[in-house]
Design a protein. Structure first.
Length: 329
């Protein structure tokens, strides 16, 4: 059952472009059954995910009017993705269905610690291209989010830079997320795109692989030097880095019982967006993002946080932050 969709707020018109994925999750899975034997587990769940799809759901739950732009297959998985987005209040008129390939999908066996190895089919995400994104939508959006840099071959590089440049001319706050680093030329792609990005959201592994740096602080600094206005490097239970041209600050994670880390990054992104729309500075926005991520960590799937502005604010006000010794240094 979807969470109650809050009333959209005037001016919070947002667009989420990129990877839309069907996730099939089960927990706890600490070993694979041998041969054709069966192993009983506690939960199996199906959700809309992807660094555009999961983020779009959370954006809508946090009060934004969200237009989804992506490609899914003409199959049961694609129908599920579209129907679920609609139930969450996300506008799907610009989602395209194709009969050429299946909907992108992942199988995630979540272990007892909440870690999430995955099997993945790229599917229809590879077909998204610049022609799928009307410029008038970019011009009318307060936030334009792209989820899946290096995993969108039809958009990566110059087309993505062109799209974000157009969004900037319309005055949008432009955000960019990764879905792993899937190309050897990823740093070259980032160099084309990041000058047109106001907030970039790699996790620590992505940031270090992208830059070749050995620690997230140096990676964040290099990504800012490539042109991003602000870089948020999420580091799991160690918190997050918030890097701008002038400084790098750390934001602690909130204490939460880990069930599944799937979608925590997407929730963090949506929380930062909420902060930006409220006029918060980058560090305060990151604290809102950290609260949204912790709520999501406590359940199975990228929609487990059942986010709302009031729920995120209440959690942020009452939950304990992890201590400095447990966090980033």
């Amino acid at each position: 059952m979807s969470a109650t969709v809050p009333e959209p707020r005037v001016g919070w018109s947002c667009t989420s472009i990129g990877s839309y994925i069907l996730d099939i999750l089960g927990r706890p899975v600490d070993s694979l059954p041998k041969g054709q034997t069966t192993q009983l587990i506690d939960e199996i769940k199906v959700t809309v995910a992807g660094s555009a799809g999961g983020t779009a759901v959370n954006m809508s739950r946090l009060g934004m009017t969200v237009t989804a732009i992506g490609v899914v297959g003409e199959d049961a998985a694609g129908d599920f993705v579209l129907r679920t987005l609609q139930e969450e209040g996300v506008l799907t008129d610009l989602m395209r269905q194709t009969g050429r390939v299946q909907t992108a999908a992942s199988i995630l066996p979540i272990d007892s610690s909440g870690q999430r190895p995955a099997w993945h089919v790229i599917g229809a995400n590879r077909l998204l291209e610049l022609a799928d994104v009307p410029e008038e939508v970019l011009r009318s959006s307060d936030i334009v989010h792209i989820g899946g840099m290096t995993a969108l071959p039809g958009l990566d590089g110059k087309p993505m830079a062109e799209l974000l440049s157009a969004a900037g001319r319309g005055g949008a706050f432009r955000t960019l997320d990764c879905l792993g680093i899937k190309r050897d030329d990823a740093l070259d792609l980032a160099g084309l795109v990041l000058p047109h990005v106001d907030a970039f959201f790699p996790n620590d592994a992505e940031a270090m692989r992208l830059t070749g740096q050995s620690d997230p602080f140096r990676a964040a600094q290099q990504l800012v030097e490539l042109g991003a206005g602000c870089v948020y490097v999420t580091c799991g239970e160690r918190g997050a880095l918030v890097a701008t041209k002038n400084q790098i600050e750390t934001v602690p994670a909130f204490a939460a019982m880990p069930v599944d880390s799937t979608g925590c990054g997407d929730a963090f992104v949506a929380g930062v967006m909420l902060g930006a729309l409220r006029g918060e500075n980058p560090v305060e926005s990151a604290r809102i993002g950290a609260a949204a991520a912790a709520l999501t960590l406590a359940g199975l799937g990228s929609d487990a946080g059942e986010l709302s502005p009031d729920r995120v604010d209440a959690f942020r006000a009452s939950a304990a932050e992890l201590t400095h010794d447990e966090g980033l240094r």
